[in-house]
Design a protein around this ligand. Structure first.
Ligand SMILES: CC(C)(COP(=O)(O)OP(=O)(O)OC[C@H]1O[C@@H](n2cnc3c(N)ncnc32)[C@H](O)[C@@H]1OP(=O)(O)O)[C@@H](O)C(=O)NCCC(=O)NCCS
Length: 420
């Protein structure tokens, strides 16, 4: 049995942030009904197309295990169908631009009137305040949430990260808000509104940078390389390159083959608890007791020299050899894995984090499966729906439209070109 079996989700999401949330809920067993504009659908279906005529990977990789109904929510019959969906579903998830649902005639007040038990969950770019009406995409959220200003190197401009912390990160936050509201509904019997602003989600993920902002007011951040290099701090948390975010110094170091392979690097942490083992591995046993090297505070001003010495050693090994040598010694290291290496990783395939899926239009493709593992709620990743693939099925099975009534809805044009 799946954890969320029996939970019906009216999935009014598009692009990335909302779809990642509802995809997770689908993997946990919810029945996710994706409502899409007739003939058009989620804009990502036709973005970054790699197989002409087929849904893009952008869409397929964010919409597994869902059903799709085409529905024009601005048409009168469409509104009738949407009202019945609101009545039937436990959760409505949406990430339209601010005000779009109200303009359709489905304000939170109206939605509660239709179904007082429903949970209405929204992603918006910003929470209430001066920016609440703005449309927001991933990188805007990274910039407004403190990620860009703290990412990159000290002597360069702010940098956005490859991890989609604004979109997929906020989708995760929203999913937690939804299941929490469902849990509360068990006791209260009432639904509620759940809001996950993208800026707030990124700020939450940048928590340690706000920690450092306050520490900075008390003095320099001694674990930052900048301190050892004698570069003065400004009044805000600086970009820290590849310094480790915690109290243990770490850097990205070259490994054998770095001259031609852009990912022949390892992360290496000179954790205090294993300093003596680090000294032995890199061939500097004297540093275990040498003045200026023996204790963590002494080493802070010598991190450039120390990591240059560690790198002289890592450059003689592949990133995997570094892992094989250091892991048994409890020295924390991590190979820099390319996307190609990750997709070919047999371990990740064995756990279902990387999976192959068949698709009628595009053939087989590889995707990221559910990253959260529940021991009693297994996940089978099934392909994303074609546009409107389940329109009739949903009208009949979920909403009970039959016979003339069904024919009336189909003839109204509210549900697109129904072919079966
Ligand atoms: C992502 C975003 C910038 C995209 O903007 P957009 O492409 O202009 O899309 P919108 O959300 O404004 O929706 C466009 C219109 O389509 C309409 N629409 C959507 N689905 C519809 C349907 N099934 N039937 C009829 N109309 C529909 C909306 O009502 C809206 O109309 P309106 O402008 O008259 O109100 C915007 O949705 C947004 O800021 N969302 C919140 C933040 C977010 O999630 N960002 C990350 C995306 S990964």
């Amino acid at each position: 049995m799946k954890a969320l079996k029996g939970v019906k989700i009216l999935d009014f999401t598009h692009v990335q942030s909302g779809p990642t949330c509802t995809q997770l809920l689908a993997w946990f067993g919810a029945d996710v009904i994706k409502v899409e504009r007739p003939g058009v659908g989620d804009a990502t279906r036709k973005q970054l197309v790699d197989v002409p005529g087929a849904d893009s990977l952008y869409f397929t990789m964010l919409n597994h295990n869902k059903r799709s109904i085409e529905l024009n929510s601005k048409n009168e019959t469409g509104k009738e169908v949407l009202t019945r969906l609101v009545k039937e579903c436990d959760v409505l998830v949406e990430n339209f631009a601010p005000g779009a649902l109200d303009r359709m005639g489905f304000s939170w007040e109206r939605i509660q009137e239709i179904n007082p038990r429903i949970i209405m969950a929204s992603v918006k770019g910003f929470g209430p305040g001066k920016y609440e009406d703005c449309k927001v995409y991933e990188n805007v959220a990274q910039c407004a949430g403190g990620s860009a200003s703290t990412t990159g190197f000290l002597d360069g401009p702010p940098v956005v990260t490859g991890a989609q912390i604004g979109d997929s990160g906020t989708g995760l936050h929203l999913a937690l808000g939804i299941v929490t509201a469902l849990f509360q509904r068990e006791k209260s019997g009432r639904g509620q509104k759940v809001l996950a602003p993208m800026q707030d989600g990124v700020i939450n993920l940048c928590r340690v940078k706000l920690r450092d902002q306050q520490r900075l007011e008390k003095g320099p951040l001694k674990e930052y390389s900048q301190y050892g290099a004698g570069i003065p701090f400004g009044d805000a948390t600086p970009r820290a390159g590849n310094d480790s975010g915690g109290g243990q110094p770490g850097r990205i170091l070259k490994c054998k083959g770095w001259e031609t392979d852009p990912n022949a690097y390892t992360y290496f942490i000179t954790q205090a608890a294993v300093w003596e083992k680090v000294c032995d591995v890199i061939g500097e046993p004297d540093w275990k007791t040498k003045e200026g090297y023996a204790t963590p505070p002494e080493r802070l001003s010598k991190l450039d020299e120390i990591f240059a010495r560690v790198e002289a050693w890592t450059m003689t090994k592949t990133k995997y050899e570094v892992m094989d040598i250091c892991n048994p010694l409890d020295i924390p290291v991590g190979p820099i894995l390319s996307t190609k290496e990750i997709m070919e990783d047999q371990g990740l395939r064995a756990t279902g984090t990387i999976v192959d899926v068949d698709h009628p239009e595009r053939g087989q493709y590889t995707t990221v499966g559910c990253p959260i593992k529940l021991s009693d709620s297994p996940v089978d990743v099934t392909r994303s729906p074609l546009l409107g693939e389940h329109t009739t099925e949903i009208l009949q099975q979920v909403l009970g439209y039959e016979g003339e009534d069904l024919a009336r809805v189909i003839a109204s044009g509210a549900v697109g070109q129904v072919t079966k």
